[in-house]
Design a protein around this ligand. Structure first.
Ligand SMILES: NC(=O)c1ccc[n+]([C@@H]2O[C@H](COP(=O)([O-])OP(=O)(O)OC[C@H]3O[C@@H](n4cnc5c(N)ncnc54)[C@H](OP(=O)(O)O)[C@@H]3O)[C@@H](O)[C@H]2O)c1
Ligand SMILES: *[C@@H]1O[C@H](CO)[C@@H](O)[C@H](O)[C@H]1NC(C)=O
Ligand SMILES: *[C@@H]1O[C@H](CO)[C@@H](O)[C@H](O)[C@H]1NC(C)=O
Ligand SMILES: *[C@@H]1O[C@H](CO)[C@@H](O)[C@H](O)[C@H]1NC(C)=O
Length: 316
């Protein structure tokens, strides 16, 4: 009897120590990545990877903020998105504000393989140090079951091409020269929804899980060849994508977000981008655990109290 209690006590102690170590490690790592300015790599370090940065979805939201922040840190910028007049306007802004050279490429990432030849041609001869795979779309105007949106087939194809195909193809275009030079940074903008399935945003969260998984695996493949791959998983950033959502008070501006997220490059291969988003993610996991969201009641709960403040809008 006595010895059984001793064994249990030892097991309890062991578990408590493991938990304590785990929590301490998590807190120290978070502090290292987000709070220690002296740990950060400076602009010269980033610039040393190559003269140019390529940003997809660069005319709005997070992509635009990354483009400006990278230019401010001394890189020339290639902007890629759909609308030529927006591209030209943003390129001029970058040249005016940061004095860097720019180039624009018009492309619609909902397209398939056919769009990448032109992108490849546009990037030829450039020494690309940083690629930001940012373009991405939600496929529904609010949380809904997959069959409840109209034009399902087109929507699925658009979101999969835009969120997944773009990341893989763009990486394949830029990676060879990075490997040759043994230098390069690839940043994939994923989402906080990438770590588990979210009913009513199923295709979006699955596409972001692809981004995360792909980035980690390719990062491991090319780490020894000098290429750094980072997955950034933001929570809510104040952009057009999140305008119809609730939780205004938790938003981070895209400019603040890009600055803080770029400071973590070279320190961690996976990040929420900024400290407040890291904390939000822990809270969501605590209060909305996966088993609950995937249960019958969880889906009802998400439908009633999900992140969108309006459900009146008709499908996009
Ligand atoms: N905002 C957030 O809170 C949040 C949270 C988690 C993850 N994310 C992710 O962060 C990324 C950027 O989001 P955001 O909120 O910044 O988006 P956004 O404000 O909607 O900006 C989208 C940008 O991408 C371009 N774009 C959109 N569709 C395109 C297409 N089919 N082909 C080419 N370019 C296209 C747009 O320019 P044009 O109109 O000129 O094409 C614009 O420059 C996405 O991958 C998103 O999933 C955002
Ligand atoms: C939202 O889209 C409009 C129209 O394209 C643009 O003028 C505006 O700057 C965008 N806002 C953000 C925060 O990107
Ligand atoms: C491009 O953006 C401008 C400015 O936001 C807008 O006026 C124009 O209609 C857009 N063009 C296309 C083809 O969407
Ligand atoms: C992310 O980074 C990896 C590493 O290079 C790259 O292969 C991949 O295509 C990028 N995009 C996604 C969506 O993972």
């Amino acid at each position: 009897m006595e010895s059984e209690w001793d064994a249990l006590r030892a097991l309890g102690m062991f578990t408590a120590v493991c938990l304590l170590l785990w929590v301490t490690w998590g807190l120290s790592y978070t502090a290292y990545v987000h709070l220690l300015p002296q740990a950060r790599r400076g602009a010269p370090w980033l610039r040393a990877h190559g003269a140019w940065a390529v940003v997809t979805g660069a005319t709005g939201g997070i992509g635009r903020a990354y483009a400006h922040e990278l230019a401010r840190r001394g890189l020339n910028i290639v902007l890629i998105s759909r609308n030529l007049s927006k591209l030209e306007h943003e390129a001029k802004e970058i040249e005016r504000l940061h004095g860097r050279v720019t180039r624009v490429i018009q492309a619609d990432f909902t397209g398939g393989l056919e769009i990448y030849e032109a992108i490849k041609a546009g990037l030829k001869d450039l020494e690309i140090g940083v690629l930001v795979n940012n373009v991405g779309m939600l496929y529904v105007p609010h949380m809904m079951k997959i069959l409840d949106c109209d034009n399902v087939a087109k929507r699925l194809s658009d979101v999969i091409n835009c969120n997944m195909m773009s990341v893989a193809q763009m990486t394949a275009i830029v990676l060879p020269q990075m490997v040759t030079r043994r230098k390069g940074v690839i940043i994939n903008i994923s989402s906080v929804l990438d770590r588990r399935p979210y009913p009513l945003l199923s295709v979006y969260s699955a596409s972001k899980a692809f981004v995360r998984s792909f980035s980690q695996a390719v990062g491991a493949e090319y780490f020894s060849q000098g290429v750094i791959v980072q997955t950034v998983s933001p929570s809510i950033v104040d952009t057009n994508m999140t305008r119809p959502m609730k939780f205004q008070q938790f938003r981070v501006s895209p400019e603040d977000f890009a600055r803080q997220a770029l400071d973590t490059v070279g320190l961690t291969s996976q990040t929420f981008g900024c400290l407040s988003h890291a904390i939000q993610s822990v809270l969501v996991d605590l209060f909305l655990p996966s088993w609950f969201c995937l249960s019958r009641w969880g889906v009802k709960f998400l439908f009633l109290f999900g992140v969108y403040s309006t459900k009146s809008e008709k499908a996009l």
